[in-house]
Write a protein that binds this ligand. Structure first.
Ligand SMILES: [Mg+2]
Length: 334
């Protein structure tokens, strides 16, 4: 018995008593991180936002795609939505179908996905569905994939629906539930505080941009603290000049307000030297009134957002780190 205990202690010492340099090396990784908005980016959901007539209280449904374009017009004089307002009540207000408080409870999210998927083939796929499927094609990239959505569901509700997509063979892995951030979930402030140890910013479903950007800051901090291996393949530098070793981080959203806020906050962090090891690229995948998009910009310390032109870079890094797969071959622009 005594010798058995000694053997166990020896094995434990060998496992956990590695010199600190070896431990640090074991944690080295060049991260390719995907951060996605959900609605109209990965998935086209049929869920409607209900706006209320200020005088009559009559409800009018608005699609998420339209809402992304007109949310600043609601209640604003001179616009189509001047006489309407957003009502905030969780179970009866404008966003009730985006959370777990409607009559369908937490089943609503899955129900809306099923409704969308019962339509014409692929009509439910958002502009970055293929990129999402690539990110889900390996456990490693799935573990570095984050969802940041203005939905009010619990993270577990969305995670369960992703697991269902996996079960149906549409994706191969799912991100950890810890990487799913519905920023208007009533539990968001407490969860944010406990997870990151800082105060969350204010926000709600009609103005989620600041909360989304606050989660991004925390993701970028986590990536920055991961040492890059000396053998990491070089990429074109964030400023577009020269080459260097960087983690790659990308965020995509179809809401221009969210994209503008993300650019502002990430630029500020880069300028302060907070994320020296990260090449950050932000993708706008929606439509802005009177302007033709989508577009992608890469940000750099002290620079101005520049057009992201180095298509194929993400594919190259993924192939070098995890080997070529049919899925990685699909990546065209990232
Ligand atoms: Mg969206």
């Amino acid at each position: 018995m005594y010798s058995f205990i000694v053997r166990v202690i020896l094995i434990v010492s060998l496992l956990f008593g590695l010199p600190s340099g070896a431990q640090a090396r074991a944690l080295e990784e060049q991260i390719v991180a995907f951060t996605f908005d959900w609605d109209d980016n990965i998935f086209r959901m049929p869920t409607k936002i209900m706006v209320f007539h200020k005088q009559t209280g009559k409800e009018m449904p608005i699609s998420t795609a339209e809402f992304a374009q007109v949310r600043s017009e609601i209640g604003k004089s001179g616009t189509k939505y001047a006489d309407y307002e957003i009502q905030g009540a969780y179970a009866t207000g404008s966003m009730r179908y985006f959370g777990d408080g409607s009559e369908d409870g937490s089943a609503r999210f899955q129900k809306d996905m099923d409704t969308a998927m019962a339509g014409p083939p692929d009509s439910w796929k958002g502009p970055v569905w293929d990129d999402f499927a690539v990110a889900m094609s390996r456990e490693a990239t799935a573990s570095h994939t984050w969802l940041i959505t203005a939905r009010l569901h619990a993270a577990g509700t969305i995670h369960a629906a992703l697991s269902e997509l996996c079960k149906r063979g549409l994706i191969e892995h799912v991100p950890p539930v810890a990487n799913i951030w519905p920023v208007c979930d009533p539990d968001f402030p407490g969860r944010f505080r406990i997870t990151f140890g800082v105060e969350p910013p204010p926000g709600n479903a009609s103005n989620p941009s600041l909360r989304k950007a606050a989660v991004m800051e925390q993701i970028l901090d986590q990536i920055e603290h991961t040492p890059l291996p000396a053998s990491a393949p070089e990429v074109i530098g964030p400023d577009g000049k020269g080459k260097g070793r960087f983690h790659l981080w990308g965020f995509s959203d179809d809401d221009h307000g969210n994209v503008e806020k993300a650019i502002e906050i990430v630029q500020k962090g880069l300028d302060s030297g907070r994320w020296k090891m990260i090449k950050a690229t932000i993708f706008f995948t929606g439509k802005k009134a009177q302007e033709a998009f989508p577009c992608a910009v890469t940000l750099s310390c002290g620079g101005k957002p520049r057009p992201y032109l180095e298509g194929g870079e993400w594919k190259k890094i993924l192939e070098q780190s995890i080997g070529t797969t049919n899925e990685t071959q699909k990546i065209s622009g990232k």
